[in-house]
Design a protein around this ligand. Structure first.
Ligand SMILES: *Cc1c(COP(=O)(O)O)cnc(C)c1O
Length: 434
């Protein structure tokens, strides 16, 4: 198939994320990926700033990850998890318990981040049911959140920019408060937690859990907030008898500069969701962790078990490669990799601050965000990024990078200077800035 034929058939038959099938945008055929580079069908190489939606932290085609998958395939790619267990799952659960904040001792595996969030919400509901407080069946969350695309997860996404207003009439109604004030280093001031406390105080009898993305709100706005706010929110949860669900699907495994974003505030959530980078960007996989107390209560409740069990639960191939990804995190000193990217991003994106079409530049861990004044036209700007030799996929006003941790300073410099030069050309050609 020529690249042109591939694109034509793709547009005819294949739906892409959040894409039209009436007027489908062309997609770029990729034929390979190695290190931090994607290879297009026409032979062009792109420096990847997205890590495939924040997952490929070790880069592509990593020999250690490939080897782990090959070895596991020769034993078994998959077996059901009902009544059966296997070493890759047991080892992985054990390691996740050791790495995550203290108290998270029980692990439920599933196949995607959204499902991990569904599982977390269900755990909270079954917990309160088992405590004969079934009236505690609403979630509390913060605006600008993103927790996935399934119905339970959608219901706790930002009600306005969450892209899900369409389904408002069938979604369960939860409680929302304003997102925390922006800024990782912003000191907490009086009143910052007032709305949250007010809601908790008023509705503690119906709120099962506070669900939030700790420190970094990802797809809901690429916003960073302070560990102090997170700590304050966690303390309020205890005070008002509300569980805390930390959705670390985007932040987990080092992205924010701590292994888990909760670690910035020494917060110990009652339930934690992991996904995205868990398999180093190789396979769809996720986990929901909780405490022994919650697991035991659920198990002694009316159902005598937790009411969930995906067909591909604890897929051995995914568990094996997740274990290999953890090996690499341990071996490769992820912290200095992330710190290096952090320093580089701070320096390289700095010049954007002065530009008239730039609203804000913010960097945390290995995340660099340029917020522009007007939403960009993805069709136009995507092509410009590819012509520049970089892969960057903005949404709305947010032009950001979350590179693989293994990106060299040279490639990071090319990525950032490419981003700035595309933005300069884009705004000169397509928007008259006032
Ligand atoms: C991506 C993401 C999800 C959803 O994960 P999927 O694997 O796409 O279902 C949930 N929560 C957060 C914070 C995410 O970034």
């Amino acid at each position: 198939m020529t690249p042109e034929q591939l694109i034509a058939l793709d547009q005819q038959y294949v739906w892409h994320p959040y894409a039209s099938m009436d007027n489908p945008p062309p997609s770029y055929p990729v034929v390979g990926a190695s290190g931090v580079r994607l290879t297009l069908a026409n032979g062009q190489e792109l420096i990847d700033g997205m890590a495939s939606w924040w997952c490929a932290v070790h880069g592509y085609n990593h020999p250690h990850l490939n080897e782990a998958m090959k070895l596991q395939i020769s034993d078994m790619s998959h077996v059901m998890f009902g009544g059966i267990t296997h070493e890759p799952a047991v080892t992985l659960a054990n390691r996740l318990v050791d790495l995550t904040p203290a108290g998270l001792d029980k692990v439920f595996f599933s196949d995607s981040g959204s499902v991990a969030v569904e599982v977390a919400i269900k755990m909270a509901l079954q917990y309160w049911h088992s405590k004969t407080q079934a009236n505690k069946n609403r979630m509390l969350t913060i605006r600008n959140g993103y927790h996935g695309d399934t119905f339970g997860a959608m219901a706790v996404c930002d009600p306005i920019n969450g892209m899900h207003t369409l389904f408002a009439s069938v979604l369960p109604q939860h409680h929302f408060v304003d997102a925390p004030p922006m800024g990782f280093d912003r000191p907490l001031i009086d009143g910052d937690l007032a709305e949250l406390e007010d809601k908790m105080c008023k509705y503690q009898n119906e709120i099962a859990a506070l669900i939030l993305e700790p420190i970094v709100q990802g797809a809901g706005g690429m916003r960073f907030y302070s560990p102090e706010w997170l700590k304050g929110a966690a303390d309020l949860c205890k005070q008002y008898n509300i569980l805390l669900i930390a959705d670390e699907i985007a932040t987990g495994f080092g992205r924010s500069g701590a292994l888990f974003a909760c670690d910035h505030a020494q917060v110990k959530p009652d339930i934690m969701c992991l996904g995205k980078a868990i398999t180093g960007g190789t396979m769809s996989f996720a986990a929901t962790l909780t405490t022994a107390e919650i697991a035991t209560s659920i198990s002694r409740g009316e159902a005598s078990c937790f009411m969930h069990g995906p067909t591909f639960m604890a897929n051995p191939l995914a568990c094996a490669v997740a274990n290999a990804s953890l090996d690499l995190l341990e071996r490769s000193d992820w912290k200095s990799q992330v710190n290096g990217l952090n320093k580089g991003l701070n320096i390289l994106l700095q010049p954007a601050k002065a530009l008239p079409y730039v609203e804000d530049v913010r960097v945390l861990g290995a995340i660099g965000v340029i917020e522009v004044t007007q939403a960009v036209d993805l069709g136009i700007i995507q092509k410009m990024f590819v012509e520049e030799g970089i892969w960057v996929r903005p949404f709305g006003k947010l032009v950001y990078v979350m590179p693989p941790y293994v990106m060299s300073p040279q490639d990071l410099a090319l990525l950032c200077s490419g981003m700035l030069s595309v933005l300069e050309r884009y705004f000169r050609q397509h928007h008259a800035t006032s």
